[in-house]
Design a protein around this ligand. Structure first.
Ligand SMILES: *Cc1c(COP(=O)(O)O)cnc(C)c1O
Length: 385
């Protein structure tokens, strides 16, 4: 079986986690702050707040950015459901912006047109969540310009793109956004088992997210509202959660982070090799914009009309028949039953819907061998013959 993705754990990773098991702090020790500092330094951001998943990170970032029941968050249909669900956790509404036909990321022209219409109707979004699909950075300078013009906050869902860069700027630096979220789920580029992180250069937002991560409790004298009753004194200032990352998870993350650049380079080399092997077939290949380095979390191809009139389903079945793991990233979020109940219908986002009828994710992970790749490409070629 060749899976579509697979985590990679080294002996050094195992030793790092075992060392925590033998230490005094399984959680709330020194390792989470060390991991946060390391990721902040790696990306060039001022603050990093580790949590137990990217879903939690999106939730807390939305709360920190002030998203509430009177607000609306916009994201793309071509993403994992968590990019939209974070708004619903805050009681806010969700709306979508269609994707670009080539990059499969948020289409900035569609965003601008929708903003103009929304301003006319008095329904501008509070937060916009561009998603770095497959590991390719979004058109952040343009989105940031629109944010200044129309007055919304920008939260990048970079769950696919730690290790990627745009115009020399590491994803996660928050150069063109208010905050960036990473995922450390095992299918992602580096893992903590489950885990996520909020990156920001905004000190107040960082404080708010860090407080909400742990019940809304503070021990910071400057923030307290009552005179301290003693050295045990802490205050719960608002309703927070237990979204903390453990030191066990952070130790794994710190160890994995050391190989981030090597992994991204390896994924890029495999992607280039796929590009070469697939170039003669009737498929569209990932299109990486000039100035972008993708993290290549995913390698997706898109079927073009072909002489044998093969469909996406034909190719899926042919690959699965050969024990090759393949899937669709993503069934458009607005067509999920939960979002259909909120009023979304087929036909609303034609690019994302057309994409979803033609896209196929091929296996890509650092341990994928050239011979595995040849097997995958041969299976695709045969399915299209
Ligand atoms: C994986 C993923 C998430 C959620 O990540 P978790 O860490 O599993 O909560 C959110 N958004 C996107 C785009 C993802 O791929």
């Amino acid at each position: 079986m060749i899976p579509y993705g697979h985590h990679q754990i080294t002996e050094a990773d195992i030793d790092a986690v075992v060392a925590i098991l033998r230490s005094d702090c399984l959680t709330q020790g020194p390792t989470v702050p060390r991991f946060e500092c390391a990721v902040a330094a790696c990306c060039g951001a001022r603050h990093a707040i580790a949590v137990n998943s990217a879903t939690s990170a999106l939730h807390l970032a939305c709360l920190g950015l002030g998203l509430g029941p009177d607000d609306v968050l916009w994201t793309v249909p071509n993403t994992f459901v968590a990019s939209a669900n974070c708004a619903r956790y805050c009681g806010a509404g969700v709306d979508f912006v269609d994707i670009d036909a080539d990059t499969w990321n948020m289409d900035v022209h569609a965003l601008r047109a929708k903003l103009v219409a929304a301003r006319r109707d008095g329904q501008l979004p509070t937060v916009v969540v561009p998603v770095h699909f497959g590991g390719q950075p979004t058109d952040q300078e343009e989105i940031w310009d629109l944010a200044r013009q129309f007055g919304f906050k920008v939260l990048e869902d970079a769950s696919h793109s730690i290790g990627a860069s745009r115009n020399g700027e590491r994803v996660g630096s928050c150069r063109w956004s208010d905050a960036v979220v990473f995922s450390f789920h095992p299918v992602k580029t580096i893992t903590t088992g489950e885990g996520g992180m909020v990156m920001t250069n905004d000190e107040e937002l960082a404080w708010r997210v860090a407080t909400l991560r742990s019940h809304g409790i503070t021990r910071d004298a400057v923030r307290m509202q009552c005179p301290p009753e003693g050295p045990w004194h802490y205050e719960q200032l608002e309703l927070g959660y237990n979204y903390r990352m453990t030191d066990l998870a952070a130790a794994l993350g710190l160890s994995q982070l050391e190989r981030l650049d090597e992994r991204v380079a390896c994924r890029n080399a495999l992607a280039r090799r796929y590009d070469g092997l697939l170039s003669a077939l009737p498929v569209a290949l990932p299109s990486i914009r000039r100035g972008n380095t993708s993290a290549f979390h995913l390698y997706v191809i898109r079927l073009r009309p072909n002489a044998a009139q093969r469909t996406q389903r034909d190719v899926f079945e042919a690959l699965r028949h050969r024990d090759i793991g393949t899937t669709l990233h993503y069934r458009p979020v607005h067509l999920q039953p939960y979002y259909r109940k909120l009023g979304f219908t087929p036909g609303m986002y034609s690019q994302a819907e057309a994409y979803a009828r033609e896209a196929i994710t091929l296996p890509l992970y650092p341990a994928l061998t050239e011979s595995d790749q040849d097997t995958v490409v041969e299976a695709v070629r045969e399915a299209l013959a």
